[in-house]
Design a protein. Structure first.
Lengths: 547, 304
């Protein structure tokens, strides 16, 4: 396929009538001079017959051909091989691309601009790579131009904070040295990401399609919640709002409990300022807590954060038997355990009795005994507990042998139980995979050496977690938080610049420049015209009228 | 046209040939000098001249150089010698230097004729001048006599050349530089639609006589062969007006020759009607032959 690099040179073809005029002039110059024209008046060819007009000759066509060849050579025609040109398009689908502009989102504008640009390229294959999804590529071929829009819409969702997973909120730029230099590389972006400028310095990108002009955006950057350690049955929360725009405007923020407005705030952060506010929330049986900005801005995806607080809901606890005072104190001070006095079914049963019947909820069973023996080796936590996450806190939950008293003659120990904590080849804590789940504790929880240790509430909390299979989520000082990087919500675009060294070898492999061949051909024709073509032959050519 | 060619052209006009022509002229004219109507070599008035008229008494104020001392001695009175006033006729050769004269070697023959006429006229002790004209007066050689005048005219002819292109033949321009009652010798191709008859009408009102020599080249109608036009078509261009048109080559030369013949006949009739000697000069003829032909024709002309 032939394409022209400088098609405006084709306008020089308008000078062909000038060549005709030169030929006409040349014919006049070859006219025979006579002393007196009136003597020849009787031999004059009549004007009306049309035969006297200078008609195009083969020689004129020959010269017009040479001129046309030279003009076409100036347009730098290029022959692209039968294989279509391959363009790699690096498409920025980061969160900022969902910014709302006047004519739609940046993403839509970018898609439209890209399709327009590709449509002008003729026969191409475009590989669309998405910067937040390195493995995802869409192939657009020029034979399917009418389907491009739908193809892009179907295969790629517009970035959205709600739908887009967190790993898609960061872009993954290809390594410049690994980008195929023989093909063209385009970048479609809004230029917000600061990594792009650095990447462009080395990447062989030949074209940049940049969209987006909006600058004003506010975002909720953090929403945290934890049970209050001071006020029983309350949560303590923290909310951070960032102004990522240029102007300072009022921002209205709503706090919602399961879609019900709990409280409203009005803030006025300055440009690039983050304001935080704390709040107290009563413990209610709700599943989620949301904070959202109601003031409209360009990027609405970052105007809301939602916390799932179902794990922070109070757990109704049923206590069986007469537990020791330290166990009772631990139960009563635990912020999420709510002791149930009625016979309604509870979410957790804590038993301090010898025997148990008809238990429907997970059971934490502190086996009672009147005699204990002190262990002589250091207790060891076993890894067999699948649901027992080891975190830094748990690694440091070290129980000393002096603190632990082992209940003698523990009959409930079953060989099918999974030991969780062992010492002296004896099981201190075990887990039975029955239904409901049961955690057997053979530790003397009223041992004076143990109860005065700081590890006591931690041990108790871990036993609760283990029973509820809650993976340490029941820690009394557990903080649930959701946050986002304020940089991700920045929509202020930077100017992207192409670097000269990037374009050096982008087209050479796919295009063949035809200009030298045309100039060579024109040169041969000129030589033929002036030196090789004999005069008589020229006259013969001249005399052949092209009617 | 190159100057060297012109030099060669004039080198053909040797003094021997010219004096031979003078003798022929005398013989043709039966011993009478080559004089024309209105010519009176001896006037009845005294004046500047060479031939003695008489003596008169000296008057105060007369030039002392004109006192004839010997006659004064004889008569004891100062006497002034008087001469016949010479009434030699004035001749002007009007040479057409338009671009059309450059075609077909007409110019060479024209300057040869101009040189020989000037010699012949000067030989008869007449005054002769030269005017070269096209659309303006290209050269003016004021009338004079003697051998120096001939040399002057010859030099002038050597430097003259016709226009390469453009211009036209405006014979009327010569009228401003011609003395009253002088005679004209017009050397031209007379290739204007009216054969310069309107100009001749104008000049004859204040001139004594007009001799017309029409120089025509046999190559006048020869067309070039390397035309770029197809078929028998050919473009011709007027060397003076630059107008061009296309002609049919098959019949063009014949038609043009026919038209020229008509023009020539018209001019001849005009000259006969007005008593103007006319000679047709064809390139290829020798100037010597043409001069003899003209003298003979002049001798036989009814006005003589």
């Amino acid at each position: 396929m032939i394409s022209l690099s400088n098609p405006f040179w084709l306008s020089a073809l308008l000078a062909i009538p000038f060549i005709w005029w030169l030929h006409h002039f040349s014919q006049l110059s070859s006219a025979t001079p006579v002393s007196a024209l009136f003597l020849w008046q009787n031999a004059k060819v009549e004007e009306d017959s049309g035969k006297n007009k200078t008609r195009p000759t083969a020689l004129w066509f020959f010269h017009a051909l040479i001129f046309s060849l030279l003009v076409i050579a100036l347009t730098k025609p290029q022959w692209s091989s039968s294989d279509s040109k391959t363009i790699h398009v690096w498409f920025d689908d980061s969160l900022s691309m969902s910014t709302q502009e006047q004519n739609g989102t940046r993403y839509k504008l970018a898609v439209n601009s890209l399709i327009n640009a590709l449509s002008k390229e003729g026969n191409i294959k475009a590989n669309i790579h998405f910067l937040t999804q390195p493995g995802k590529t869409i192939l657009l071929q020029s034979s399917q131009k009418d389907k491009w829009q739908n193809l892009l819409k179907q295969r790629v969702e517009e970035p959205s904070l709600i739908k887009t997973p967190s790993h898609r909120q960061t872009i993954n730029l290809p390594v410049p040295v690994l980008m195929a230099p023989s093909t063209e590389h385009w970048l479609v972006s809004d230029g917000v990401n600061r990594e792009l400028s650095t990447w462009l310095e080395n990447a062989p990108v030949t074209r940049i399609i940049q969209v987006g002009k909006s600058t004003e955006n506010r975002a909720i950057t953090r929403l945290s919640l934890r049970p209050s350690l001071i006020l029983p049955n309350h949560y303590k929360g923290l909310l951070s709002i960032s102004n990522l725009g240029i102007e300072t405007n009022k921002i209205n923020v709503e706090l919602l409990q399961d879609n019900n407005i709990y409280q409203e705030y009005t803030l006025k952060p300055a440009s690039d300022e983050t304001k935080s506010l704390d709040f107290i929330l009563p413990q209610l049986p709700i599943d989620s807590l949301s904070a959202r900005i109601t003031t409209p801005d360009a990027l609405y995806n970052d105007n809301q954060l939602t916390l799932n607080i179902s794990n922070l809901k109070p757990v109704s606890t049923k206590i069986l038997g007469n537990c020791g005072k330290h166990i009772r104190a631990a139960i009563s001070t635990h912020p999420l355990l709510k002791t149930q006095t009625t016979d309604m079914s509870a979410q957790l049963t804590i038993s301090c009795t010898d025997t148990i019947k008809n238990i429907e909820s997970p059971l934490l069973w502190f086996h009672p005994s009147r005699s204990y023996e002190m262990i002589t080796s250091i207790p060891q936590w076993l890894d067999t507990t699948d649901n027992f996450e080891k975190n830094n806190l748990e690694d440091h939950l070290i129980l000393k042998k002096d603190w632990i008293g082992l209940i003698k003659n523990s009959k409930e120990f079953d060989k099918h139980s999974n030991p969780v904590l062992i010492a002296n080849n004896s099981t201190l804590i075990s887990q039975r995979n029955t239904s409901p789940k049961t955690i057997d504790v053979f530790i003397d929880m009223e041992n004076p050496n143990l109860v005065k240790q700081a590890a006591y509430p931690l041990l108790f909390n871990r036993l609760i977690d283990l029973t509820l299979n809650a993976s340490s989520k029941m820690q009394p000082n557990r903080i649930i938080t959701k946050s986002r990087n304020p940089d991700k919500s920045n929509i202020k675009a930077r100017t992207l610049m192409l670097h000269d060294n990037n374009v050096t070898h982008s087209k050479s492999a796919t295009f063949l420049d035809l200009s030298p061949y045309l100039i060579l051909l024109a040169g041969i024709l000129i030589l033929l015209d002036w030196f090789i073509l004999p005069l008589k032959r020229r006259n013969l050519l001249s005399s052949k009228a092209i009617s | 046209m190159e100057t060297s060619q012109l030099n060669n052209a004039l080198s053909d006009v040797t003094e021997d040939q010219l004096s031979h022509l003078g003798r022929i002229a005398n013989r043709i004219l039966a011993g009478r000098p080559f004089a024309f109507r209105g010519h009176s070599p001896r006037g009845h008035n005294s004046g500047r001249g060479m031939e003695f008229l008489d003596f008169r008494d000296y008057n105060p104020g007369d030039d002392l150089r004109h006192i004839n001392w010997r006659a004064s001695a004889r008569s004891h009175y100062p006497l002034i010698q008087r001469y016949h006033e010479e009434a030699a006729s004035h001749w002007t050769i009007c040479l057409d230097a338009s671009a059309s004269m450059a075609i077909g070697n007409k110019w060479t023959l024209a300057i040869q004729l101009a040189a020989s006429f000037s010699y012949l006229i000067l030989q008869q002790e007449n005054q002769v001048g030269l005017l070269a004209f096209n659309d303006q007066l290209q050269a003016i050689c004021s009338p004079g006599r003697g051998r120096l005048q001939y040399a002057k005219i010859r030099r002038q002819l050597q430097t003259l050349s016709p226009l390469h292109t453009g211009g036209n033949s405006s014979l009327q321009l010569c009228g401003k530089s011609i003395k009253r009652a002088s005679s004209l010798i017009i050397i031209s191709d007379f290739l204007t639609p009216d054969g310069m008859q309107s100009d001749l009408d104008y000049l004859k009102t204040f001139t004594d006589s007009i001799h017309n020599l029409q120089v025509i080249s046999p190559n006048e109608f020869k067309l070039s062969e390397n035309s770029e036009l197809p078929g028998q078509s050919h473009i011709i261009q007027d060397i003076e007006s630059k107008k061009a048109f296309q002609i049919n080559q098959e019949t063009a030369e014949q038609l043009a020759a026919q038209r020229l013949q008509e023009l020539k006949q018209s001019l001849i009739r005009y000259c006969q009607r007005h008593g103007m000697p006319y000679t047709n000069c064809t390139v290829g003829q020798s100037w010597h032959q043409i001069m003899k032909q003209h003298l003979q024709m002049f001798y036989q002309s009814p006005g003589r």
